[in-house]
Design a protein around this ligand. Structure first.
Ligand code: SIN
Ligand code: FE
Length: 292
């Protein structure tokens, strides 16, 4: 069965029936990817010049924008282009938010806006440490930004101007990932969360949940045999297409592609239609204790 749940729209803000929205939320929470093949993010002609790896720091994976603070992190953007790049990312961020509001209205009261990113570097052949290597299957967990159980929901848009797809691999369901890797998770050292926060290595407290998710993330990526042999499917996201996925429970790897925009949202577990499907509740059920 395909993991893609098709959504037919060419508008970032359109009206969906209650039934379509409920189906979309159900699919998303089951670990499917909402695929919108006819929803491109339109660039203005003067923005095409941003489709170049020269804007990103060679070591950085992306350029990031925080709509709340209006800060754009792009070390190599010339001063005179800074505002235009910011405007492009802000426009994408607003449209991604409109899409979530119109397609997933049950989430809108509680959903929180995270970072916007622009990824102008070709993935294939990019060098990185195994932990940062997104060509290895993983579930998302952020070392410096604990999400304390909240869901990670991401909207992607492939803006490649040459028709190049973004090629992902998608692995086994979260319940299987956990069966395999939870037994390997080492205990969180007592006092480590407070120390990490005091050293400003984390922006908030790394809860036991965050600790476990990070360990699962790292252990998945470290296991090359798992990477090769686990049940998986290959997905090519077309240029001009967008997709929505909860990357904290969908095991994914980005194999090749260049020029994608991405908006991160955080969703409290209580706002889900079925909170029992959240990684937090799955892990709490298995460990028999509260993890946040
Ligand atoms: C990732 O979240 O692992 C990377 C996804 C992408 O850039 O396509
Ligand atoms: Fe990821």
């Amino acid at each position: 069965m395909s993991i893609l749940h098709l959504i037919d729209t060419n508008q970032w803000f359109s009206s969906f029936s209650v039934e379509k929205s409920e189906q979309a939320i159900h699919a998303l929470e089951q670990g499917h990817i909402l695929y919108l093949p006819t929803l491109p993010f339109q660039l203005f002609p003067e923005e095409n010049e941003f489709l170049s790896p020269s804007f990103a720091e060679p070591k950085a994976k992306n350029i990031s924008f925080n709509r709340h603070t209006q800060i754009l992190r792009c070390a190599k953007c010339p001063a005179e282009k800074y505002d235009r790049l910011k405007e492009m990312m802000q426009r994408f961020s607003i449209q991604a938010e409109q899409l979530v509001q119109s397609l997933l209205p049950a989430y809108t009261a509680e959903i929180q806006l995270g970072r916007t990113s622009f990824r102008p570097i070709e993935i294939a052949g990019r060098l990185s440490s195994y932990r940062k290597d997104d060509t290895r299957l993983h579930v998302d967990a952020f070392p410096a930004t604990p999400n304390q159980g909240r869901r990670i929901l991401r909207v992607f848009s492939n803006i490649n101007p040459h028709g190049k797809t973004r090629h992902w691999r998608v692995g086994e369901p979260f319940s299987e990932v956990v069966k395999r890797f939870l037994p390997q998770v080492s205990k969180q050292w007592r006092g480590s969360a407070a120390l990490l926060k005091w050293l400003k290595l984390t922006k908030s407290t790394r809860t036991t949940y965050d600790h476990i998710m990070l360990q699962i993330h790292d252990r998945m990526k470290a296991d090359l045999n798992y990477q090769k042999t686990v049940a998986q499917q290959s997905i090519h996201f077309a240029s001009g297409a967008s997709w929505i996925v909860q990357t904290d429970h969908v095991s994914h790897a980005a194999m090749s592609g260049q020029h994608v925009l991405e908006q991160t949202f955080y969703l409290p577990v209580a706002a889900m239609a079925n909170p029992a499907l959240s990684p937090l509740m799955v892990l709490e059920e298995l460990t028999g204790r509260s993890l946040t």
